[in-house]
Design a protein around this ligand. Structure first.
Ligand code: AHM
Ligand code: MG
Length: 338
C-alpha cells in the first residue's frame, strides 16, 4: 500500500464475514455468511426508511396495536416486514421470533438457523428523532429440528452471534460471535457498505455513569434503592457521585455504555416484577455483546443474564449490564441487602 490520502484497503462487513468464514475452515458452509448478508440488507433498508420517515410521512400510528397493546407505528410495521421478508428470502432461517409477532414464524425449507429480533427498538422515540435500533440474535438449530417456537427457549449462552444496529447520526452495527470479540461497523451511505470502524471493542472496566428510568424508583426493591443511593450519595470522602444518562432507547443507551462504560439497568420492580425488557431479543443479545466486550450482564436476582432460559418467547427479565466493576458493585450491594 502506498501513502495516498485515500484509504483504499478498507474492511467492509462483506470482507469481514468472508474472512471469518475462511477462519472457520473448509467445513463452514457459508450459510451463516449468507444469513448475515440478509441481515445487513435489512439494517440498510430500515436505516433508509427511518431517515426518510419525516419526508414520506411515515410518522404516525398505523391503526393497529401489537400483542402487548403498545401503539404500533408505521415504521414498526415496516421494520418488521423488512426483517421477516429478508429472513424468509435468504433461505437459511427456519424459525424467526420478532417482538412484533405474537407467534414464532416458521419458514419452510432447510434453514439451519433461528433468529430473534426487535426490528425497531425504542420506537416510541421516533417522532422526536431520537436514535432507535434493531437488536438481533442467531441460534443454530439441531440438524433434525423441525422448527418450533420451543426451539427458541434456550439460554443466551447458545447464541452463535448477536448484536444491534443503532440508527443515529450514522447507522452503527455492533456484531459479536460466540467466543469472539465485538466489532463495530459504520454504514457509509454513499458506498452502501458497513465499514469496520471500531475493531475489537472493549467496554471500560469502570465509569461513573448510570442509566435507568428513575421515574420507577417508587417501585424499586430495597436492594435496588440501596444500589442507586450508593452511587448518588457516596459515603467515602472525595468520591464523586455518578452522572445520569438515560435516553429511553435501549440500543442508544447500550451503545453509549459500550463506548464510555458505566451501567445500564432496567430492573424488575414492584410494578413490573419481571422487568420490562424481553429476554430473547433484547436482554440476551445485549448481554452477549457486553460480555464479549469485557463487561457483565445480570438479572435483577443477580444471575448471569446469558444463562436465563425463557419459558415463553416473549418473556421479560430485569437487567443490569455494562462495565465489569460497575455490575460487580450492583451484585455486591444486592447480596448485602437481599
Ligand atoms: P419497545 O421495545 O416497546 O421499544 O420498548 C423497549 C424500550 C427500550 O428501548 C428502552 O430501554 C425502554 O423501553 C424504555 O422504557 P421506559 O420508557 O419505561 O423507560
Ligand atoms: Mg423493544
Amino acid at each position: 500500500h502506498g501513502d495516498s490520502e485515500v484509504k483504499t484497503d478498507i474492511i467492509t462487513l462483506t470482507r469481514f464475514l468472508t474472512e471469518e468464514q475462511h477462519r472457520l475452515g473448509p467445513h463452514a458452509t457459508g450459510d451463516f455468511t449468507l444469513l448475515c448478508h440478509a441481515l445487513q440488507f435489512s439494517f440498510k433498508s430500515i436505516a433508509y426508511y427511518i431517515r426518510r420517515a419525516t419526508l414520506i410521512n411515515l410518522i404516525g400510528l398505523a391503526g393497529s396495536s401489537n400483542m402487548t397493546g403498545d401503539d404500533q407505528k408505521k415504521l414498526d410495521v415496516i421494520g418488521n416486514e423488512i426483517f421477516v421478508n429478508t429472513m424468509r428470502g435468504c433461505g437459511k432461517v427456519k424459525v424467526l421470533v420478532s417482538e412484533e409477532e405474537e407467534a414464532a414464524i416458521i419458514f419452510p425449507g432447510h434453514g439451519k438457523y433461528a433468529v430473534v429480533c426487535d426490528p425497531i427498538d425504542g420506537s416510541s422515540n421516533l417522532d422526536a428523532g431520537v436514535s432507535v435500533g434493531t437488536i438481533f440474535g442467531i441460534f443454530k438449530l439441531d440438524d433434525d429440528a423441525e422448527g418450533r417456537a420451543e426451539d427458541m427457549l434456550r439460554p443466551g449462552t447458545e447464541l452463535v452471534a448477536s448484536g444491534f444496529t443503532m440508527y443515529g447520526a450514522s447507522a452503527n452495527l455492533v456484531l459479536t460471535m460466540k467466543g469472539g470479540s465485538v466489532n463495530g461497523f459504520t454504514l457509509d451511505n454513499a458506498l452502501g457498505e458497513f465499514i469496520l470502524t471500531h475493531p475489537d471493542m472493549k467496554i471500560p472496566k469502570s465509569k461513573g455513569i448510570y442509566s435507568v428510568n428513575e421515574g420507577n424508583s417508587l417501585y424499586w426493591t430495597e436492594p435496588c434503592k440501596a444500589y442507586f443511593e450508593s452511587i448518588k450519595y457516596p459515603q467515602e470522602p472525595g468520591v464523586k457521585p455518578y452522572s445520569a444518562r438515560y435516553i429511553g432507547s435501549m440500543v442508544a443507551d447500550a451503545y453509549r455504555t459500550l463506548c464510555y462504560g458505566g451501567l445500564f439497568a432496567y430492573p424488575a420492580d414492584k410494578k413490573s416484577p419481571k422487568g420490562k425488557l424481553r429476554i430473547l431479543y433484547e436482554c440476551a443479545p445485549m448481554a452477549m455483546v457486553m460480555e464479549n466486550a469485557g463487561g457483565l450482564a445480570v438479572t435483577s436476582d443477580q444471575r448471569r443474564m446469558l444463562e436465563v432460559v425463557p419459558e415463553h418467547i416473549h418473556d421479560r427479565s430485569g437487567i443490569f449490564m455494562g462495565s465489569y466493576n460497575e455490575v460487580t458493585k450492583v451484585t455486591e450491594i444486592f447480596k448485602k441487602h437481599g
